[in-house]
Design a protein around this ligand. Structure first.
Ligand code: CS2
Length: 442
């Protein structure tokens, strides 16, 4: 390449010369960075990868699909450890489609060859209503599969929700029943819902990352994704039409998902939420920065001590998991922005803080660490103008109150019962006032 000449754009022919793209047998809803670093990575590394292509649909905007389609679905995964970056082209996505293209979605879901649908549609989307939600689109496409008599299919939720398989099943079933009871019945018999716990820290790609890929790899890749080296996938459920051999890539299949799910949701995601809210009010930007602040770190450890009491079973190796998390969060070469984690708090805290708070209080303890996660969220939303949350409007209304009344109104958005418990309300209000005071004096 001579000086001034732009490197060629990445394509399947450049990355995998002479190799045919795998046929579509999976559909994904929610084509974002996490899908690319996780399910697409596992599928690419399955022993039978050449048989499993993914058609991935975007959520709200077509942009990610346009960019990926221009490079035949292939993209670079930049694996960023604390010491160095390594680069790998992932070829499992073979079609990238605008989520609004419901015709293509129905065509693909109605094809007998398609036997797996994975979802990364955000926690909040499972409760959302309307025809344009990912689950409403999925139900419409399942109706096409029923009409085509294309056989059974598995739906695999990869969102950070407790009992995500069950939540997905209930939501899909409710939409289907309302539209057509016969469709509801068909889904009951033909669609299995697989629960999973997914894990890989994937910060937003930056322009500097794209420049680095061009320099290091010698091609332009507008869809490159950066992720930590660690990844984990635990699944539970049936795949009536088959699935890629994800176990070859380290995925684990279990009968009882709940202990793994709780470990991930409470220890990793719970700590993330504490670092996000406590960290942002204390002026930090990234996870690694917040963790280096003694006050945030102590809040994380206190919550972990509480959560750990309710994670039983040697197989979980909670001490080892906590130690590994400190290293993962401390990887300062990964700029994981707290503002990215801070979104949708009203939904996330229900899964990350409330179960631990309830379990601690049921055993006669205060649940102080879990309560502080909630108090940090209240301090954060109180101090922030445009909070991104499915309940953003209600948060704005709650903020028209002052003092303990404001705390009560915000708490009620997470769970009405919390605000009615006057002892808990004053406890969280005191914690929140202390967080505010510390911030003023910081
Ligand atoms: C984070 C997760 O944004 C968030 O709420 O806690 O996206 C987290 O990075 C992933 O679950 C890691 O696997």
């Amino acid at each position: 390449m001579s000086a001034g000449q732009l490197p060629a754009r990445l394509s399947r022919a450049i990355a995998f010369p002479g190799q045919a793209a795998p046929p579509v047998r999976m559909v994904h809803l929610g084509l974002g960075a996490f899908h690319r670093s996780h399910q697409a990575w596992y599928t690419h590394h399955a022993g039978d990868a050449s048989e499993w292509g993914i058609a991935a649909f975007t959520g709200r905007r077509p942009r990610a699909a346009d960019i990926l389609a221009e490079q035949d679905g292939v993209f670079t995964l930049v694996e960023r450890s604390g010491a160095a970056d390594s680069f790998e082209v992932i070829g499992s996505i073979v079609e990238a489609v605008d989520g609004a293209d419901v015709k293509r979605l129905a065509e693909l879901i109605a094809a007998p060859a398609t036997v797996v649908v994975t979802l990364t549609i955000t926690e909040a989307a499972y409760a959302a209503a309307g025809d344009e939600t990912p689950l409403a689109r999925l139900v419409a496409a399942l109706a096409a599969r029923k009409d085509a008599d294309a056989g059974p299919i598995a739906v695999v939720s990869c969102d950070n929700l407790s009992g995500n398989g069950t939540v997905a099943r209930k939501a899909v079933q409710a939409i289907a029943e309302a539209a057509d009871p016969a469709l509801g019945q068909w889904i009951r018999v033909n669609v299995s819902f697989v629960g999973t716990s997914v894990d890989r820290i994937t910060p937003r790609t930056t322009p500097a990352d794209l420049v680095e890929v061009a320099e290091q790899c010698g091609y332009r890749d507008e869809a490159a994704v950066v992720a930590e080296p660690f990844r984990n996938w635990v699944l539970s459920g049936d795949f009536p039409g088959g699935r890629p051999r994800w176990e070859d890539a380290g995925a684990v299949f279990v009968d009882d998902l709940e202990p793994y799910e709780n470990r991930k949701l409470w220890l990793l995601n719970g700590a993330h939420s504490i670092l996000a809210y406590a960290g942002l009010v204390r002026g930090h930007t990234t996870v690694a920065e917040a963790l280096a602040d003694e006050v945030c770190r102590a809040a994380v450890e206190a919550f972990w001590d509480e959560a750990s009491r309710h994670l039983s079973g040697k197989a979980l190796d909670v001490p080892g998991y906590r130690q590994a998390l400190l290293e993962r969060f401390g990887n300062s070469r990964i700029a994981h922005h707290l503002s990215q984690i801070a979104t949708d708090g009203s939904t996330k805290l229900r899964m990350r803080a409330l179960p631990v708070l309830a379990a601690e209080r049921a055993q006669g303890r205060s649940g102080d660490g879990a309560a502080r996660m909630i108090a940090s969220w209240i301090a954060y939303v109180s101090a922030t103008e445009d909070v991104q949350d499915p309940l953003a409007e209600d948060i704005r209304t709650a903020k028209t109150h002052d003092g303990e009344q404001r705390t009560a109104a915000l708490l009620a958005l997470i769970n009405p019962g919390l605000a009615e418990d006057t002892a808990l309300l004053s406890h969280i209000h005191r914690q929140q006032s202390a967080i505010d005071a510390a911030r003023t004096h910081a």
